[in-house]
Write a protein that binds this ligand. Structure first.
Ligand SMILES: C[S@@+](CC[C@H](N)C(=O)[O-])C[C@H]1O[C@@H](n2cnc3c(N)ncnc32)[C@H](O)[C@@H]1O
Length: 232
């Protein structure tokens, strides 16, 4: 029987790390470290299974994370000593301020509109120290191309459908893991760079939009965009 999961990381969480086994965490970590420089206290928004937090904690950072999925939080707690909470990036409240806030791999693409982006942004700015750095790593793909992954015999076929009208990419993943088959469907809100700039320009901050986890400037055709924000 094929199980169908919609926008629910509960079961996907169990095999998230399987399909990220060969992901280049080194380049992402180097980017984060470059941007955070000597910042000490870091919050990860949508921390997933906690891999970035685990790496940062081992490097001496004081870390904390939030994720909407209870299962992700459970898995992250196995890797990380710092506190991890079940919370929404839209309205989390932690009685703490951070030198760095990171949000890696498309967490903000799970939001539904520019209004939600702004809400999550301002909520995070409230949790950031002056001169603190925030990194928002966005998926910017507008293609309908399918993606096929095979990791240690486990397969994923990702079917994408992009709607220009709604700025939405509907992503359906068909997983074959051992003898199990799953379908996981979720939607990504794909942002227009200029509209993000309009929002960011309203606040007391400086920012750059980079790509490839390098100091390369992003454009509308970049596959991913990393917004690096400094609070004034
Ligand atoms: C693609 S995963 C990225 C996980 C991790 N940051 C990484 O780099 O691998 C997206 C994560 O965002 C979480 N998420 C989605 N919407 C969220 C929200 N509104 N608030 C908090 N977490 C959210 C999901 O539960 C999931 O763990």
């Amino acid at each position: 029987m094929i199980e169908e999961l919609y926008n629910d990381y509960y079961k996907y969480a169990d095999f998230y790390d399987i399909f990220n086994k060969y992901r280049n965490y080194n380049i992402e970590t180097r980017f984060i470290l470059n941007m955070l420089k000597n910042k000490k206290r870091v919050l990860d928004l949508g921390c997933g299974t906690g891999t970035h937090l685990n790496i940062l904690e081992n490097l001496g950072y004081i870390v904390e994370g939030i994720d909407l999925s209870e299962k992700m939080v459970m898995l992250a707690k196995e890797k990380v000593n710092g506190p991890i909470h079940v919370a929404n990036i839209l309205d989390y409240k932690i009685d703490e301020k951070y030198d760095g806030i990171i949000s890696m791999r498309s967490v903000f693409n799970h939001l539904k509109s520019y209004e939600e982006f702004e809400k999550a942004l301002t909520n995070s700015l409230d949790h950031l120290n002056i001169n603190g750095i925030m990194i928002i790593d966005l998926d910017n793909r507008r293609s309908d191309d399918d993606v096929y992954d095979k990791v240690d015999g486990n397969k994923r076929h990702l079917e994408c459908f992009y709607s220009d009208k709604y700025n939405m990419q509907i992503r359906t993943s068909f997983f074959n893991i051992g003898l199990k088959e799953f379908i996981f469907e979720h939607e990504y809100f794909i942002y227009e760079k200029e509209k993000l700039e309009e929002i960011l320009d309203k606040y007391n901050l400086t920012y750059v939009m980079l790509t490839n986890y390098l100091k390369q400037h992003a454009n509308n055709f970049s596959e991913r965009i990393q917004i690096v924000i400094k609070k004034k």
